[in-house]
Design a protein around this ligand. Structure first.
Ligand code: SAM
Length: 193
């Protein structure tokens, strides 16, 4: 079985948006306790590579293709560790898929929880921009609220398209939605004629 029910959300997101391919390199932000890591390891197979990051310790997984980094993604030191793990100190284009299920500690204050979740999604987006190969994909959880449109608009030039998906498995947590950026492109946007 999976370590977290959220595993089924990632499966549904993959069914909807076709995120994984055999042999992919995947970065999973906010990966504890490891449900998404288990799904990602299955989907990329033995030739793939999956790196998970979380504030919380993640118990070792059996899958040899999974490695984990303890740390706060808002801190440069953690991003440095991720660069080293990916062998990407000098450059971009080493990752096929960046997924983020990062969520703030809930205060119950709607605006604050929303703002913090948007901040984490932006950190995830910066990580995607740093590491994705052209054509790579990005997924980030965010709580709905007034800054969601801005975040989506900021992401749009970097991808062929961006969509919002609410997996059935997260219906109970009604305020969460996943932004999916498909087809990373760092090419300049062509002017219309
Ligand atoms: N996808 C995971 C799974 O399937 O097991 C569940 C992730 S849980 C909903 C959200 C996680 O985000 C928590 O474990 C939390 O520690 C992590 N998180 C929140 N802020 C973070 C940050 N700044 N850096 C790293 N991880 C963070």
């Amino acid at each position: 079985g999976y370590r977290a029910r959220s595993a089924y959300k990632l499966k549904q997101l993959d069914d909807t948006a076709n995120l994984f391919d055999d042999g992919d390199t995947v970065v999973d932000l906010g990966a504890a306790p490891g449900g998404w890591l288990q799904v990602a390891a299955e989907k990329v197979g033995p030739q793939g590579k999956v790196v998970g990051v979380d504030l919380q310790r993640i118990d070792d997984l059996e899958a040899h293709q999974v490695s984990t980094i303890p740390g706060d993604m808002t801190e440069e030191e953690t991003r440095d560790r991720l660069r080293r793990e990916l062998g990407a100190e000098g450059g971009q284009g080493v990752v096929d898929l960046v997924v983020s299920d990062m969520a703030p500690n809930m205060t119950g204050e709607y605006e604050l929880d929303h703002a913090r979740s948007v901040h984490l999604a932006r950190i995830a987006y910066e990580t995607a921009v740093e590491f994705l190969k052209p054509g790579g994909d990005f997924v980030a959880k965010v709580f709905q609220g007034r800054d969601l449109d801005d975040l989506e608009a900021d992401m749009e030039p970097s991808f062929q398209y961006v969509r919002r998906v609410s997996p059935d498995a997260s219906r109970d947590a009604s305020s969460e939605v996943y932004l999916i950026g498909k087809g990373y492109t760092d090419a300049p946007v062509a002017e219309g004629d």
